[in-house]
Design a protein around this ligand. Structure first.
Ligand code: GDP
Ligand code: MG
Length: 162
């Protein structure tokens, strides 16, 4: 069985856009408004000749419990099913309380975590990523899921973690 990479993070940080970038197709549903749900969350991917499965956890947000609670619940499920977790943060927004809750879950799990600082669309905003070092999840990898900037380095880091 292919190893599983679960993509977690708050709504609207760009998880589905990043999943599309990783799988090289446009299958994950990208929405401007947070909280979009759908049935299919698992996708087959290949990078450098290695096959793996990508899980877009945004689809696990169907109910009306508090937003922070459902994000934490997603992270709990993700660490159970995943061999490694890709934690996506919006570098421009920075860390919110929901992010902190996810960080605690990821740390406790002991699973390998790759930290993506998304929406770094150009060099000008790259410095924003380095504020995420303090999370203690290792090197934040600046990426633009939208434009593809940095996605090769991010995929290298994900495969190294799997
Ligand atoms: P999700 O809720 O985390 O799955 O986020 P989506 O992938 O649905 O993206 C939410 C919004 O952020 C959409 O409008 C995307 O086009 C936008 N977005 C995603 N990645 C980037 C990025 O790297 N740069 C910019 N500028 N926008 C992005
Ligand atoms: Mg999504």
């Amino acid at each position: 069985n292919a190893p599983v990479l679960a993509v977690v993070g708050r709504p609207n940080v760009g998880k589905s856009t990043l999943v599309n970038r990783i799988i090289g197709r446009r299958e994950a549903v990208v929405e401007d408004k947070p909280g979009v749900t759908r049935d299919r969350v698992s996708y087959d991917a290949v990078w450098n000749g290695r096959a793996f499965t990508v899980v877009d956890t945004g689809g696990w947000d169907p109910d009306a419990r508090g937003l922070a609670k459902s994000i934490a619940a997603q992270a709990e499920i993700a660490v159970q099913v995943a061999d490694a977790v890709l934690f996506v943060v919006d570098a421009g927004v920075g860390i919110t309380d929901s992010d902190e809750a996810v960080v605690r879950i990821l740390r406790k799990s002991g699973k390998p975590v790759v930290l993506a600082a998304n929406k770094v669309d150009d060099q000008r905003t790259e410095a924003e990523a380095y504020g995420l070092w303090h999370l203690g999840l290792g090197e934040p990898i600046p990426v633009s899921a939208l434009h593809g900037r940095g996605s090769g380095d991010l995929l290298d880091a994900c495969l190294a973690a799997l």
